[in-house]
Design a binder for this molecule. Structure first.
Ligand code: ATP
Ligand code: RIB
Length: 310
């Protein structure tokens, strides 16, 4: 059975803007489209875990007015938002997401309510965690809030997964004592810098970060899939070959699916999370682009071989 998932994290309003290429300094470009919808790494991962089949609760904060649609969007996926705070004087977090013709993106975030999550809401939610539950964290809320949640979850016997994204910029942003780190290659290198680890290869960095932190490590590799160091097993798993149109929320989909599928043996868990993330990049948008488990199962049955077109 899927574990219960608690996400303590960000909820954003994303302005997704399509441009032919990402602008350089001082450059003005004309966009082809602007779409406004729910995003935020916390919300995206909550949606991914829910669409993977898990029971999901979200703790975070939104503006009292501009957050109403965000709460409805989370509820539409069956996510429990009772613990999401509605703040009167602080607007919801906002992200400006530029996406170019090669599906690459560039994101600027205004944290807003994400930086005002009351400690009491985190304590109340974490107090109800049970052994076997999963706490899923990212890096778009204050690190002190994430650390508090991680400490309480550990005390409750829950598993703590930290998607260290966006990459921490200082040692103050680290969350120690987590069970699993999920990062992309850039985030892996930033974590290595902050732990004063010098190593040339991704493999070596993963091993040394695992030794320094005591955590399992998964590093996603974009179109190449992911490298893992989990419960003593190491290796790589390929991604499905797809036509990418927008990679926004690809990492979030992987993290949410991987958290939700904790009841599966590692190979299947990785395969499903990678397939889900590869499907996400074939659609535009953040939360809206995340596939349901039935879609992920369908491509696995239609094209079971890896590195084949979906
Ligand atoms: P983002 O920040 O764009 O959400 P990320 O940098 O956190 O993503 P990536 O390593 O780029 O994470 O991608 C996460 C997963 O998404 C990959 O492991 C893979 O399954 C899938 N993915 C990303 N890009 C592609 C692609 N071009 N083709 C197929 N799958 C992809
Ligand atoms: O990971 C994608 C997300 O990053 C976007 O939805 C945006 O809100 C930023 O937080």
């Amino acid at each position: 059975m899927s574990p219960g998932i608690l996400v303590v994290g960000s909820i954003n309003i994303d302005d997704a803007i399509r441009v032919p290429r990402l602008p350089g300094p001082g450059e003005t470009l004309s966009a082809s489209t602007l779409d406004t919808a729910m995003g935020g790494k916390g919300a995206n991962q909550a949606v991914a875990a829910a669409r993977a089949g898990a029971t999901v609760r979200m703790i975070g904060a939104v503006g009292a007015q501009d957050g109403i649609a965000l709460l409805h969007a989370l509820q539409a996926d069956g996510i429990d938002v009772d613990g999401v705070q509605r703040l009167d004087r602080t607007p919801s977090g906002r992200a400006v997401v530029l996406i170019d013709d090669r599906a690459e993106n560039s994101i600027v975030i205004v944290p807003g309510a994400n930086h005002a999550i009351p400690e009491g809401a985190v304590r109340d939610a974490c107090r109800t965690l049970l052994p076997g539950d999963v706490l899923l964290l990212q890096n778009e809320i204050p690190a002190a809030t994430s650390r508090l949640a991680a400490d309480l979850a550990r005390e409750a016997g829950a598993t703590v997964i930290w998607n260290a994204a966006p990459a921490p910029t200082s040692a103050d942003e680290l969350v120690p004592g987590v069970d699993l780190l999920v990062v992309n290659e850039h985030e892996l290198r930033r974590l290595a810098d902050l732990h004063r680890i010098e190593a040339a290869s991704t493999d070596r960095l993963m091993t040394e970060i695992a030794q320094a932190t005591g955590a399992d490590v998964i590093c996603t590799l974009g179109a190449e899939g992911a490298a893992y160091r989990v419960a003593g097993a190491t290796g790589t798993a390929p991604a499905r070959r797809v036509d990418a149109v927008d990679t926004t929320a690809a990492g979030d989909t992987f993290a949410g699916y991987f958290a939700a599928l904790a009841h599966l043996p590692l190979p299947g868990r990785l395969r499903h999370a990678l397939d889900a993330a590869s499907l996400t990049v074939t659609n535009r948008g953040a939360s809206s682009s995340i596939p349901h488990r039935s879609d992920v199962d369908r491509i696995a049955q239609a094209a079971p071989e890896r590195n084949t077109a979906a």
